[in-house]
Design a binder for this molecule. Structure first.
Ligand SMILES: Cc1cc2nc3c(=O)[nH]c(=O)nc-3n(C[C@H](O)[C@H](O)[C@H](O)COP(=O)(O)O)c2cc1C
Ligand SMILES: [Mn+2]
Length: 462
């Protein structure tokens, strides 16, 4: 059953022992972020901060910070998650518009809007420039075609009705903004915060321009997302969102945004970036704010894109024999991956490596380890064992230079960040058995006996 709203998902997590209510008062400045950091390191539960100091609005955080909870959001298991994602997203389900929704239980318009007073907004990390909204799904329409886009971008709170945003030119919202600017117009758009997890995961999905992320969300949840019309702008928003900011991106205006602690584990530097004016805030009775803690791995901002990046690479690589791809959490879900393959002949490990690095969804990978089918790419000890026992560096490591890489990689020097896309070197480590037919046998118990031992495991009392 899809979740009707964020609250029903919170209830489900609580029933599964996957959510803790934090009843003590917690400071929005730094303390809430510090607790999120520690809880993520402990592989801990989702957190509902019931009493942010000086605020009546609770804050939900670390919601999808583990693969278990991402799987729960889609009624899958960590093991089936990638297959479930791939099969559901084949058939997008467009949203439907309904007459009314609880996201408009309360309405605050114009100069009555004071974001810091209305919403409990944390300052997460030491050098962050100030309070940041990090779970906002930005919903906009292409001014030329009317096609909808949804993406999650961070928002610095600049003033009572003014927000910053970091949406580089390749982001679809930024492209809509440029179209509106060309006509000298502001771009109306909405920020929905506290949406049910299908909508959030859909918003983060790396789909091409022109694909409506709300139809991907519908596919993920297995039924159409219900929308209501905003009150001050011609944009529709999820009817059950906890909070909606009705906004405009201003033409030709910039304000210094940042620094902000990024998902790479390093701060993004301050720069003049686009400016948002908030026209109205609507929210549910008893609304909660949602914050995504972002920082070095592990954390939620990495988990929400990890499985779908794996799924998208699987969809985009057409070479036979690719059994699974694992984007590692330590690699921020982006820079490092392990692929397990069936290898029909020598050299196929590197060939598959090139195919993965050449896939659109694999373009951020810097280090790719290819393992045989008998090694679980999700088990770091098994991968380490393959590296230790199946790799001769001079023979099995290929280094590729001058490749397209992610601009946020702090190891790329400034002068290598040329002409809009950064250059990086990449490494394929072929950790499959070289000349498998003659490779020494791996050690294992006698197979019939081992099967019997597993079947009768109880009787040993271990
Ligand atoms: C918590 C979180 C925060 C994010 N913040 C940003 C951001 O500030 N800027 C950005 O460009 N992408 C950000 N992303 C990534 C985008 O949401 C993601 O790439 C999305 O697919 C972009 O949508 P678009 O392709 O429709 O522009 C964030 C993702 C998450 C999960
Ligand atoms: Mn998009």
């Amino acid at each position: 059953m899809p979740f009707a709203d964020l609250r029903s998902f919170v209830d489900r997590l609580e029933a599964e022992g996957e959510l803790r209510r934090v009843a003590v008062e917690v400071d929005l400045a730094y303390e809430l972020g510090a607790i999120c950091r520690r809880a993520a390191d402990l592989d801990g539960p989702a957190l509902l901060f019931e009493h942010p100091r000086g605020h009546s609005m609770p804050v939900l955080a670390n919601l999808l910070a583990t693969r278990r909870r991402v799987a729960l959001a889609l009624d899958a298991t960590p093991e089936t998650l990638v297959d479930v994602w791939r099969s559901r997203t084949r058939e997008p389900i467009p949203p439907v518009t309904v007459g009314a929704g609880p996201c408009q239980d309360n309405v605050v318009e114009g100069d009555d809007v004071d974001l810091a007073r209305l919403l409990a907004i944390p300052v997460f990390n030491e050098l962050d420039a100030g309070p940041y909204i990090t779970a906002g799904c930005h919903i906009s329409l292409d001014p030329r075609t009317g096609e909808r886009n949804v993406g999650v971008y961070r928002n610095q709170v600049h003033g009572p009705r003014t927000l910053g945003i970091s949406a580089p030119p390749f982001r679809h919202l930024a492209q809509h903004h440029v179209e509106a600017e060309r006509a000298g117009e502001p771009l109306p758009f909405a920020i929905a915060i506290g949406v049910e997890p299908g909508v959030f995961l859909g918003a983060v999905a790396p789909v091409p321009a022109g694909v409506d992320e709300l139809a991907i969300a519908g596919a993920l949840r297995g039924s159409p997302v219900e929308l209501v019309a905003c009150r001050t702008i011609p944009v529709d928003v999820p009817a059950t969102a906890e909070i909606v900011l009705e906004c405009e991106l201003l033409p030709g205006e910039l304000l210094e945004e940042g620094p902000f602690g990024e998902f790479t584990g390093y701060y993004a530097t301050a720069k003049p970036r686009q400016v948002i004016k908030v026209r109205a805030v609507t929210y549910r009775d008893g609304a909660m704010h949602q914050g995504v803690y972002i920082g070095r791995p592990p954390n939620e901002s990495i988990q929400v894109s990890l499985a779908m990046n794996e799924a998208t690479i699987m969809d985009q690589v057409s070479l036979p024999g690719l059994r699974a791809v694992h984007m590692t959490e330590g690699g921020s879900g982006y820079f490092q991956a392990i692929a397990s393959i069936d290898k029909p002949f020598e050299g196929y490990g590197k060939m598959m490596g090139l195919a993965i690095l050449g896939a659109w969804a694999g373009r951020g990978i810097k280090t790719l380890i290819v393992v045989d089918a008998d090694v679980d790419p999700f088990d770091p000890v098994e991968v380490d064992w393959a590296l230790a026992s199946r790799v001769q560096p001079h023979r099995d490591v290929e280094i590729l230079k001058g490749m397209v890489g992610p601009g946020l990689d702090p190891s790329i020097s400034e002068h290598e960040k040329v002409s809009g896309s950064s250059r990086t070197s990449k490494m394929i480590i072929d950790a499959t058995r070289y000349d498998a037919a003659t490779y020494p046998r791996t050690v294992a118990p006698e197979p019939d006996v081992y099967e019997r031992v597993l079947a009768e495991w109880q009787k040993y009392g271990i």
